[in-house]
Design a protein around this ligand. Structure first.
Ligand code: SF4
Length: 370
């Protein structure tokens, strides 16, 4: 059974009712368990858990240190292109936005690689808008081969590809793929994805299955928090994660918890996720899944990011540019969204050390091999 088939059997209204009916007794029970299931995750994401944030945070910190030590992996995104054939009303790259469109060529990518390497970065996330014809599989094959010479860990966040295309990229050294559903609520999804392939809810929902079948080592799930009820979207992501881990057990998993940020021509959150809510989310997922990678981008404000770090975060970016060529030519206003924490990699790494955390620049596997 694919996740889409499983998803179609879930009654979202009923799930939401159960989520909002969870009691403090349910939260207590979830916190006392040595291992937690989807019902426990529901309790930890519910409004009833708001009175338990401190207790959740303490358990989450302890579990994270037990599994990951003080280590937090450093990565940076490299935006390859802002060309996009989709209309997503929350994104600066939307096709109707009148911005200068760019595709990085081989030389420009090489220059960006050199800059990131000079900062000590060894893990890169290649990002692009979704344009099948001009920024498609042939382009990605060349880029993955090129950047793999510089970085031991290469991830992509691009349009959903076919299983065979993912497999071709794995053969070239691709390590991870991030594909975010944005929202698991079809009606809201349709409201925000107005034109292009991304408007096909089911095709996107099936993408992690194709990744699992293609043998991708790490698969990243995510929702754009604020498009709709974040508790329900997070719970559905938990269902998706649980399904993936059981079916494609050879892969590893990560989640990303971006809050909706302002962008060129963008929308404002329909359901605002507060800082406390984000803490609850991070802790709920750590308690649900102790080995899960949880990444934190520069969308969050500097001081708050520092406070979130010990709670359960395993991967963090710093000094990010969200525009193509943005490391070479900063601030050309081609950004996908505004970032909140503008501190550079080295400055942020020092902040982490001062807080007793260990910023990790090298990929473990690569270290073992060498
Ligand atoms: S969210 Fe992705 S697909 Fe949608 S407009 Fe932005 S870059 Fe394109």
């Amino acid at each position: 059974m694919s996740f889409t088939e499983k998803f179609n059997q879930i009654d979202l209204d009923d799930l939401k009712l159960r989520l909002y009916s969870k009691t403090q007794k349910d939260v207590d029970r979830a916190l006392q368990r040595p291992e937690r299931n989807l019902d426990n995750l529901m309790a930890l994401l519910s409004p009833a858990a708001e009175d338990y944030i401190e207790q959740m945070a303490q358990s989450s910190v302890a579990l994270t240190r037990q599994r990951f030590g003080s280590n937090i992996g450093m990565y940076l995104p490299m935006y390859l292109s802002n060309l996009c054939a989709n209309e997503c009303d929350y994104c600066g790259f939307s096709m109707s936005n009148r911005i200068k469109r760019v595709i990085l060529n081989k030389e420009e990518i090489e220059e960006e690689c050199k800059i990131l390497k000079s900062w000590g970065i060894d893990s890169i996330l290649l990002v692009s808008g979704e344009h099948e014809t001009k920024v498609g599989i042939e382009y990605f094959k060349k880029v993955v081969s090129q950047v793999k010479k510089h970085f031991s860990h290469v991830a992509i966040e691009v349009q959903p590809l076919t299983q065979d295309e993912y497999h071709q990229l794995v053969e070239l050294g691709l390590d991870a793929v991030m594909v975010y559903q944005e929202t698991y609520q079809p009606h809201t999804y349709a409201q925000h994805h107005l034109r292009g392939n991304k408007s096909k809810f089911d095709y996107r929902l099936e993408t992690p299955d194709r990744l699992g079948n293609a043998g991708v080592d790490k698969i990243g799930l995510g929702v754009l928090l604020g498009l709709d009820d974040w508790r329900l979207d997070a719970l559905m992501m938990g269902h998706h994660l649980d399904y993936m881990e059981k079916k494609y057990w050879r892969s590893r998993y990560s989640i990303s918890l971006p809050r909706l940020r302002p962008c060129v021509g963008g929308v404002h959150p329909k359901v605002e996720l507060t800082d406390v809510g984000l803490v609850q989310l991070i802790c709920a997922f750590r308690l649900f899944n102790p080995q899960l990678d949880i990444s934190l981008s520069t969308r969050e404000e500097a001081g708050f990011r520092e406070n979130l770090l010990p709670l359960g975060i395993t991967h963090v970016s710093a000094g990010s540019s969200t525009e193509p060529g943005g490391y070479l030519h900063p601030k050309t206003e081609l950004s996908q969204f505004e970032i909140s924490d503008e501190r550079g990699v080295l400055e942020f790494a020092n902040v982490m050390r001062a807080r007793g955390l260990n910023p990790v620049f090298k990929d473990w596997e690569a270290e073992w091999v060498s």
